[in-house]
Design a protein around this ligand. Structure first.
Ligand code: 6PG
Length: 509
């Protein structure tokens, strides 16, 4: 049979960084892929890499020059995976595939960082034209190439078709230890292990879960950055010294991909100046929006995720570079050298414990948000499974995810991760150092908005009586917004005429 007459298993649209690596990963696992991209050069790069890796073996990727050709190269019903930027490009591809003759029982899988509500809309909008399925992908380019974490959701029939493919290409976890298995290199035997791919639920839920993953990612990154800043500005440590501490921490409970790469970033030298590269990188952070979406969702649902929001604000604050430079010459802070009587070793230990406790709170916020969204949208999310598929492949992968898996296996209806006996003990044991680290940073004038917001979250959550009684009084005073009483049945509301509070209280309902 000639090369061109063999039908492919999968059509793939989009050969950018993620697309190219997903295509090659699919090819590694024996799938024949027909690929299309508007930019032909990107396709040529995929073919060249496939050839370089396979040598004389037959190519497993073919490039197509149009959507029509792409569909003609696929076995029926067609399965087309799309990896294009979130937003309009996803709909553009769907419309082009409709024009090219995609059928009602064909499946299109969106793997971009789409807004989850767009996924819900698309599933309905394209009903009858094709089956719109989504799979959120985490792991960056290396993850896509050698094993990402995959969060699929949507039509259950489509899932039966896609499941074996996703399980094959996903990152794998050693079931005995819960640790990531070595990545699969081309040519090596395929690795057995628990795949980081599980069906999340109805359309949109997978992208919601990925959005929260990214919110946690933002907060986790910000926490690490704050610890770095305290080490740099309060302890006067060099980038290399901070890197050494992070490397050591990465051997223990703080082991995570983000800790590992932070150590590597800090140890890298600039080839032009010979300085630590991090010292010549401008302190203005970018963002593509997924952290913001998480923060907005938490506000809309009334589910507190302050450390995630703080991480988004910290990026916004970083962009005010010119104002900050000016303000640094005008606004005073404490005189740093007079602030601390701690040794560097003590402060480093405090920062370690602070990072660990704050990280627990960030995950508590993220999982609470998913739980609240699930209740709101009628999704049956399995939190132990979600924690499991984050143990490898994704950006927030960490040894700690195994403990979260176990917490939800102990109690799948856990109200908040902080209430799990393992995590409550961890915070109870480590909290004093967390408090000292935050206090020390405040006394030294170093901003630690994520570390301290996590601490406030913890303290608020464990406080039986918050000052919202006064707040309700204020609201009723100026707006007759009513309040409930501690000594009357729940749900009964009251109003006082505050200027004549000797008058009887009015019961509203
Ligand atoms: C992942 C990452 C990925 C991407 C982020 C970066 O899980 O693989 O989260 O999705 O790197 O979207 O987002 P920012 O540019 O907003 O930091």
């Amino acid at each position: 049979m000639s090369e061109t007459s063999v039908l492919c298993d999968i059509g793939f649209v989009g050969a950018g960084v993620m697309g190219k690596n997903l295509i090659l990963n699919l090819a590694d696992h024996g799938y024949r892929v027909a690929a299309f991209d508007l930019d032909h050069k990107k396709l040529e790069a995929v073919i060249a890499q496939d050839k370089a890796e396979r040598g004389d073996k037959p190519a497993r990727v073919i490039c197509c020059s149009s959507y029509t050709e792409l569909l003609s190269r696929l076995s029926s019903p067609h399965l087309v995976i799309v990896s294009v930027p979130a937003g309009k490009p996803v709909d553009d591809v769907c419309l082009k595939l409709i024009d090219a003759g995609i059928q009602a029982d064909d499946i299109i899988v969106d793997t971009g960082n789409s807004l989850w509500t767009d996924t819900v809309r698309r599933e309905k909008h394209y009903e009858g034209k094709f089956i719109f399925f989504s799979t959120a992908v985490s792991g960056g380019e290396v993850g896509a190439r050698f094993g990402p974490s995959l969060m699929p959701s949507g039509d259950p029939y489509a899932w039966t078709r896609i499941e074996p493919i996703w399980r094959a290409i996903a990152a794998k976890v050693d079931p005995a230890t819960g640790r990531p298995l070595e990545r699969h290199e081309p040519g090596n035997p395929v690795i057995e292990g628990e795949p980081c791919a599980t069906y999340i639920g109805p359309g949109g839920s997978g992208h919601y879960v990925k959005m929260v993953h990214n919110g946690i990612e933002y907060a986790d990154m910000q926490l690490i950055c704050e610890v770095y800043q305290v080490m740099r500005d309060a302890l006067g440590m060099s980038a290399q010294q901070v890197s050494d501490v992070f490397k050591e921490w990465n051997q223990g409970i703080l082991n995570s991909y983000l800790m590992e790469i932070s150590a590597e970033v800090l140890a890298t030298k600039d080839s032009e100046t010979g300085l630590p590269l991090v010292d010549v990188i401008l302190d203005k952070a970018g963002q593509k929006g997924t952290g913001l979406w998480t923060a907005v969702s938490s506000l809309e649902l009334g589910c507190p995720a302050p450390t995630i929001s703080e991480a988004v604000f910290a990026r916004s604050m970083s962009t005010l570079k010119d104002q900050r430079v000016l303000a640094s010459t005008l606004l005073s802070g404490p005189v740093r050298e007079h602030c601390t009587n701690q040794t560097s070793e003590q402060m480093i230990k405090q920062l370690h414990d602070a990072l660990y406790c704050a990280k627990i709170c960030v995950y508590a916020q993220g999982f609470d948000l998913m739980k609240t969204a699930a209740a709101e949208h009628g999704w049956q999310l399995n939190f132990a499974e979600i924690a499991k598929i984050w143990r490898a492949g994704c950006i927030i992968r960490a040894v700690f995810l195994q403990s979260i898996t176990e917490a939800y296996e102990r109690n799948d209806d856990l109200q908040n991760l902080l209430l799990d006996p393992f995590f409550s003990k961890q915070i109870s044991v480590n909290q004093m150092n967390w408090r000292r680290a935050v206090a020390e940073a405040a006394m030294t004038g170093i901003p630690v908005s994520a570390l301290s917001s996590a601490l406030s979250y913890y303290d608020s959550y464990r406080t039986a009586v918050l000052p919202a009684n006064l707040l309700q009084g204020q609201r009723d005073y100026f707006g007759a917004h009513t309040f409930e009483r501690t000594d009357k049945a729940k749900g009964k509301t009251f109003h006082v005429d505050w200027s004549h509070n000797d008058r009887p209280m009015q019961k509203i309902k």
